[in-house]
Design a protein around this ligand. Structure first.
Ligand SMILES: O=C(CO)COP(=O)(O)O
Length: 248
């Protein structure tokens, strides 16, 4: 099954109402490859979700940056999966490295969140990735396999899952993507391995996106800093590297 190129823009904890309006206006005005070639998903902070939903072009989708691990209730400061569904937000990013490292989210906690969000009908961008220390110790594949295993145990249908490999230490080569696809093939099944999009995050920008997109096992990006700038459009357009390489 062909994997449609995926470009996610993670706005993280940035912006004002005016910034968001400007950014959405820019995105609304640009010409990008068709929806057959690239799936674009932007992820504003929670407070801006309704605004972005009201203003954003309909061929781009929206993701929240997190959600609570189970049904809502007495969990001060949290946002539930049900609320996102109620708001008409189709996607959620879970297990981002900043939440794992700064807020102590464990593999099991992230996995529970993924399972619950999927059970509520949300689509999930599930993030995995090692720290520089783990990389230097040679344990990259062990770390991302353990993170992926915890998540995989909570997934019945992979159709609504994108795996984002975001090494905490930035720029990548695509090698871990091949490793992850092999892991899925050996531990889930060949069909899931060939159909699940494994995207890359970590300093993706207009200058490096085409080279990264050309890696056979990189199926798109989760972009941080550059998703707040006009160069995000160039990153969306890098999807054509994939469609042209498929034709050749
Ligand atoms: O964490 C990221 C996206 O989720 C990557 O951030 P940068 O693109 O700013 O390196």
């Amino acid at each position: 099954m062909a994997r449609k190129f995926f470009v996610g823009g993670n706005w993280k904890c940035n912006g004002t109402i005016d910034d968001v309006k400007k950014l959405v206006k820019t995105l609304n005005e640009v010409e990008v490859p068709s929806e057959d070639v690239v799936e674009v998903v932007v992820s504003p902070p929670f407070v801006f979700l309704p605004l972005v939903k009201a203003l954003l072009r309909s061929d781009f989708a929206i993701a929240a940056q997190n959600c609570w691990v189970r049904k809502g209730g007495a969990f001060t400061g949290e946002i539930s999966a049900e609320m996102l569904v109620n708001l008409g937000i189709p996607w959620v990013i879970l297990g981002h490295s900043e939440r794992r490292s700064l807020l102590g989210e464990s593999n099991d906690f992230v996995a529970d969140k993924v399972g619950y969000a999927l059970s509520q009908g949300l689509k999930v961008i599930a993030c995995v990735g090692e720290t520089l220390e783990q990389r230097e110790a040679g344990s990259t594949m062990d770390v991302v396999a353990a993170q992926t295993k915890a998540i995989a145990e909570k997934i019945t249908y992979w159709t609504n899952v994108v795996l984002a490999y975001e090494p905490v230490w930035a720029i990548g080569t695509g090698k871990v993507h091949i490793g992850l696809r092999k892991w899925l093939s050996a531990n889930v099944n060949a069909e899931v391995a060939s159909s699940t999009r494994i995207i890359y995050g970590g300093s993706v920008n207009a200058a490096n996106c085409r080279e990264l997109a050309a890696q056979p096992d990189i199926d798109g990006f989760l972009v941080g800093g550059a998703s707040l700038k006009p160069e995000f459009v160039e990153i969306i357009k890098s999807a054509t590297v994939k469609s042209s390489s498929k034709l050749s």
